[in-house]
Design a protein around this ligand. Structure first.
Ligand SMILES: [Zn+2]
Length: 424
């Protein structure tokens, strides 16, 4: 009898668990699909994701604060919705593979001369004065910092951030890896900024650039945080909160998009999965649990900043907030930001992990304002941020952060550790 019961409970535990992973993977696949346009600001990618998540919450029959799961707010951002063509001499470059264009760049069309500045011609104040004295209005300045050692020159180049020091049409920088960002799209510069790979630069030293970029500044773009909860059995007025940002970088031109599988369709899928779990009557928690999916994180924590300033229930009712961002790996365990502040909670997590042998490590980290827990933390809400570690997938803010590449190495283990934590 005992053995049969044991068998049955193991069977169901296994079954429930495999179901979770299937659901989470399905969510991950959907959120990263071309339909969602990288969950950014081109082709309503962000809105498509918001409606999709709203529908998931509705299917789970989560409770609402007010009449909707959706909390709207408005922001402005630059976008590249259309043409994105760059040709070096006669070679057409591949967007996202050979180059990225900074979101602070304006629309542009034309053919321009390229001036290369590197350690052979930029070595002293005299060289700086020389380039400053030239008319660079119709030129792109390609800067190869490699090998430049002069401190005056280095300082001069560092001062370029956001400033058109050479009064040029644009600048081209070189990097080993391409990493795009959305936060510089909040305002538009009077110059184009391009980053190319060193691989490309080693195969071509361009004399001429032919470029066409369409840009639209979206003024007062409507965004939605998605918020729902499950009422607690014994302490309904006290909340655990799980958060994740569902937005990503969107499109850079009509041809490519950034899927943002690890960042942060992974955390979004886990929050959905947790919500699905707790929404089942048999899993009703003792405390209430709120699930908040933010947007606008990539632009500068917009969603969490807005929500924590316009909370749908008093922030003082939050017992503990756990933010999940980039949880798709885990071979090296997880890191807990704010662990040093909330030692007791962190140690509980370490203890539970040890007991069930889920993860290789639960690493302590101090404060870091690097994800959506931060605006809450700054307002006095006890909050931590968990991310997974492991070299099995290192794609970040590029077009290769895809669902197919994301292994979900320790997805179930992280999920179970969170359930254990809430239970204890
Ligand atoms: Zn990100």
């Amino acid at each position: 009898m005992k053995n049969i019961l044991l068998f049955i409970s193991i069977f169901f535990a296994f079954n429930a668990n495999s179901q979770d992973t299937i659901y989470a993977r399905r969510m991950l696949d959907s959120l990263t699909s071309p339909n969602f346009n990288g969950r950014g600001y081109v082709n309503e990618g962000n809105k498509t994701a918001a409606y999709f998540l709203d529908n998931e919450f509705a299917k789970m029959k989560l409770s609402k604060f007010g009449s909707s799961f959706m909390q709207p707010y408005y922001k402005s951002i630059n976008t590249f919705p259309g043409k994105m063509d760059i040709i070096f001499d006669k070679i057409k470059l591949k967007a996202g593979v050979d180059y990225l264009v900074s979101l602070s760049s304006p629309a542009i069309k034309g053919e321009f001369k390229v001036v290369i500045l590197d350690s052979t011609n930029l070595n002293s104040q005299k060289d700086i004065d020389k380039i400053l004295s030239k008319n660079n209005e119709d030129k792109f300045i390609l800067i190869d910092k490699k090998g430049i050692k002069d401190t005056i020159v280095t300082k001069f180049l560092e001062s370029f951030k956001g400033e058109n020091k050479l009064k040029a049409k644009g600048y081209i920088y070189i990097n080993d890896k391409l990493t795009w960002g959305a936060s510089d799209g909040v305002s538009v510069n009077d110059f184009v900024k391009i980053t190319i790979t060193r691989d490309l630069f080693s195969s071509i030293k361009p004399k001429k650039i032919t470029i066409e970029i369409e840009a639209t500044f979206e003024d007062g773009y409507r965004l939605y945080n998605i918020v729902g909860y499950v009422k607690g059995k014994t302490n309904p007025d006290s909340f655990y909160v799980f958060t994740a940002h569902y937005d990503h970088l969107g499109r850079m031109g009509k041809d490519i998009y950034f899927p943002g599988a690890n960042d942060n369709a992974s955390g979004t899928s886990m929050v959905l999965d947790l919500a699905k779990y707790y929404s089942k009557p048999e899993n009703q928690p003792e405390y209430s649990i709120a699930f908040i999916l933010f947007t606008g994180e990539e632009c500068g924590l917009w969603g969490s900043e807005y929500y924590s300033s316009h909370p749908l229930f008093a922030l003082s009712k939050i017992k503990f907030l756990i933010n999940l961002d980039m949880v798709g790996t885990g071979s090296e365990g997880i890191t807990v930001v704010n662990a040093s502040t909330y030692k007791q909670q962190y140690e509980k997590m370490v203890e539970l992990n040890k007991k069930s042998n889920y993860l290789k490590a639960v690493v302590e980290r101090g404060e870091s304002c690097n994800s959506d827990h931060c605006p809450f933390y700054q307002k006095g809400v006890k909050s931590i941020f968990i991310y997974a570690m492991g070299g099995e997938d290192t794609e970040y803010h590029n077009i290769f952060d895809t669902s197919a590449k994301l292994p979900f190495t320790k997805y179930s283990e992280i999920f179970k550790l969170l359930l254990d934590y809430i239970k204890n």
